[in-house]
Design a protein around this ligand. Structure first.
Ligand code: ZN
Ligand code: ZN
Length: 216
């Protein structure tokens, strides 16, 4: 797994402690209209995922609408973030915009049942966030963090046409061909180039991992 040290960038391993993005469930329960909230969650540093570094300098923008009552609330969350990650072929830093919309169903747990947490609702396949009671302020930042990580693509290309680097001399071929002998005609180099291309992600099977992939 390749690592390109960028020494001074602090690594972020978990949700930043100062993150808070709460809605007032009491206001939702008495409102006939969806309640809208928005917040900016600061994010500065790098997140390691898929064996790469996603560097962040801008806050994550969250906007949400909440509907429901004290028996259950549906939160529709939209997150937007900007990051930078190395191109899987040429390793050049590549900006990436993340824009995701997702939904959580908040349900209060009867006191006798289990502990608050998250699970998938087996019937509806919706994400469930279980809280002890749907009252007071309910913080969405755990769910934002979870979806931010889920939305990081496994492989990012600076462009679909990225030529990658020459497997012999290491030159970035986007800035012109190198003079390595025979590389135009020797098919072995194509195989090498594919290997390098594949080395970026170890777990294929997740789709939609290109720069600028479509939004939900
Ligand atoms: Zn590239
Ligand atoms: Zn070369």
């Amino acid at each position: 797994m390749k690592k390109r040290g960028r020494g001074s960038v602090p690594g972020i391993r978990e949700k930043p402690r100062e993150w808070s993005c709460a809605f007032d469930s009491g206001a939702v329960a008495v409102s006939s209209e969806p309640v809208s909230i928005s917040c900016e969650l600061p994010l500065s540093g790098c997140i390691e995922h898929w064996g790469q570094e996603y560097r962040f300098n801008d806050p994550v923008l969250v906007s949400a609408t909440v509907t429901g009552d004290t028996s259950g609330m549906v939160v529709e969350l939209a997150i937007e973030a900007r990051t930078e990650v190395d191109c899987a072929r040429c390793l050049e830093p590549t900006p990436l915009e993340i824009s995701e919309v997702f939904r959580y169903f908040y349900k209060s747990l009867p006191e006798t049942e289990g502990v608050p947490g998250q699970e998938k609702d087996a019937e509806s396949d919706e994400d469930l966030a279980l809280v002890t009671a749907l009252e007071g302020e309910i913080d969405l930042s755990d769910q934002v963090w979870e979806y931010l990580i889920l939305s990081l693509p496994e492989k990012v290309l600076c462009s679909e046409e990225c030529q990658g680097i020459c497997p012999v001399c290491g030159k970035n071929k986007n800035s012109g061909e190198c003079r390595c002998p025979g590389r135009e005609t020797d098919p072995r180099f194509d195989v090498l180039a594919e290997l390098i291309d594949d080395a970026g992600g170890k777990d294929p099977g997740k789709g939609g991992n290109r720069n600028g992939r479509s939004k939900k």
